[in-house]
Design a protein around this ligand. Structure first.
Ligand code: BES
Ligand code: MN
Ligand code: ZN
Length: 460
């Protein structure tokens, strides 16, 4: 793998990172030439400002990056990334002003600022490259950046080029790169091997439904990641209106996140026994589409009344979760763009999750803080169980009333898990607007936090 960092070299331009409040003192310690240049260019060390400083002969000699204040930084995520994308082409080495405990995340932000989705059209590349700061492991940051890049690319690729076939191909490539075991159950094999929900949701599409299964690692805790791989979600016969369907290429965001996380875990050589399960389907409309009112069997034996064909994610995940549980892992994690309700509740920046294991919650909250990858805990509120029971079948996939839409979806999934500790992430997977290091488009959520958590997780 080629490094996303510049080779350490004295020829790299020295870069000073300056907080707004520290600018006056800094200027006072500089030559009149430098302090005059800073003033005449209106450099105030505002967050994201960048300035090249020439020597007395006019040749570039160093660069400045504004680091704002604690208050302005609190409004964003990666801070150096904003200045990085404004600096001219060249290599930079940080010589002062970056607190040790922020160095790894800021270095990652710089690398991620260079992300481009250029599969369909040339885009200008970012020219500024960073020499990895002292005390930061470049290989660790590179592994995270590569996982995040994979996640973004998979989500950004439109459904015509990212169907169940191509998602399988991407997972297969990943498995191959890391020497992981890989297998797929597809089409009517799903019925023969008792995955009725995955088959039923995906059968109306031209592109066959399938369950992707990847295993890696010989020792350590058994951790199974399950990702929703709905490559396009029309809503089925309960067709989505155009405005709601527009972004549904990203409905495989859960799969994209677990694959990105899997790359991070394998590339950093974590001591875990990893399994990744992805039900990959397209929720399409045709004569053989499943219908509202249908009552469907599931792998676990529970019957499900379909009250909305647009609540398809919980159906394909149900069979995958039941299958995951049969192996009795030490931890099951599902990631899915499961409900519009989750986005209404917390918006695109936070990853809402459900988990009732205090030890896992504590680790995750700590990791999320540390890695600038925010999560928000939601309740598996058991008193709402009655809402997902229709009376005529064991479960209702779309309770009426619309109360607690993300919670009832999480409770639905929990019915298919048994004894294993379980965490579920109802993510959005999409950045609606450009932000430093996080361009508009597909984005990973909670994967960096989970990498850190899983590096420390001990089954109790
Ligand atoms: N993929 C959608 C959820 C979604 C919508 C995620 C918008 C992110 C943005 C999911 O399959 C869905 O359609 N859910 C329905 C469930 C409802 C019919 C019970 C929803 O949330 O409206
Ligand atoms: Mn849907
Ligand atoms: Zn969906």
């Amino acid at each position: 793998m080629t490094s996303p960092f510049a080779e350490p070299s004295d020829r790299a331009s020295p870069l000073q990172i300056i907080e707004q409040d520290a600018l006056d003192d800094w200027c006072a310690s500089q030559s009149p030439h430098v302090s005059g240049w800073v003033k005449s260019n209106d450099f105030s060390a505002r967050l994201g400002q960048a300035l090249l400083v020439p020597d007395e002969n006019g040749a570039p000699s160093s660069a400045l990056a504004g680091y704002g204040t604690e208050a302005t930084r609190a409004r964003g995520r990666f801070h150096l990334a904003a200045a990085a994308s404004k600096l001219p082409k060249g290599d930079y080495r940080i010589v002062s002003g970056l607190p040790k405990e922020r160095a790894e995340n800021e270095a990652l932000g710089w690398v991620l600022a260079g992300y481009r989705f250029d599969r369909y059209s040339e885009t200008g590349k970012m020219g500024a490259r960073l020499v990895c700061p002292d005390g930061v492991d470049p290989a660790h940051v590179a592994a995270i950046a590569a996982g995040e890049t994979l996640t973004r690319d998979l989500i950004n690729t439109p459904a015509n080029d990212m169907g169940p076939d191509e998602l399988e191909e991407a997972a297969r490539d990943l498995a191959k790169a890391h020497g992981a075991d890989f297998s797929v159950i597809a089409s009517t094999e799903l019925l023969d091997q008792n995955f009725p929900l995955i088959h039923t949701v995906g059968r109306a599409a031209d592109r066959a439904p399938r369950l992707i299964d990847m295993r890696w690692g010989q020792s350590g805790p058994k951790v199974t990641l399950v990702g929703k791989g709905v490559c396009f979600d029309t809503g089925g016969l309960n067709l989505k209106p155009g405005a709601s369907m527009g972004l549904m290429k990203k409905d495989m965001g859960g799969a994209a996140n677990v694959l990105g996380l899997a790359h991070m875990l394998m590339q950093t050589g974590q001591k875990i026994q990893l399994r990744v399960l992805i039900p990959a389907v397209e929720n399409a409309v045709s004569g053989n589409a499943f219908r509202p009112g249908d009552i469907l069997p599931s792998r676990k034996g529970l019957t499900v009344e379909i009250n909305n064909t647009d609540a398809e994610g919980r159906l394909v995940l149900a069979d995958a979760l039941a299958y995951a549980q049969e192996d009795n892992p030490d931890l099951i994690i599902s990631m899915a763009t499961l409900t519009g309700a989750a986005r209404v509740a917390v918006g695109p920046d936070l990853a809402p999750y459900y988990c009732d294991r205090a030890s896992f919650v504590q680790l995750l909250e700590d990791s999320a803080q540390k890695s600038w990858d925010p999560v928000w805990r939601m309740p598996f509120h058991t008193p709402y169980e009655a809402m997902i029971e229709p009376g005529i079948a064991d479960l209702d996939n779309a309770p009426k009333g619309g109360f607690a839409g993300s919670i009832t979806a999480a409770l639905f999934l929990r019915r298919f898990v048994g004894e294993s500790p379980y965490a579920h992430f109802d993510i959005y997977g999409w950045n609606p607007a450009d932000a430093p290091g996080r361009p508009k488009g597909g984005v990973g959520q909670a994967t960096r936090a989970l990498l850190d958590t899983l590096s420390r997780y001990q089954p109790s």
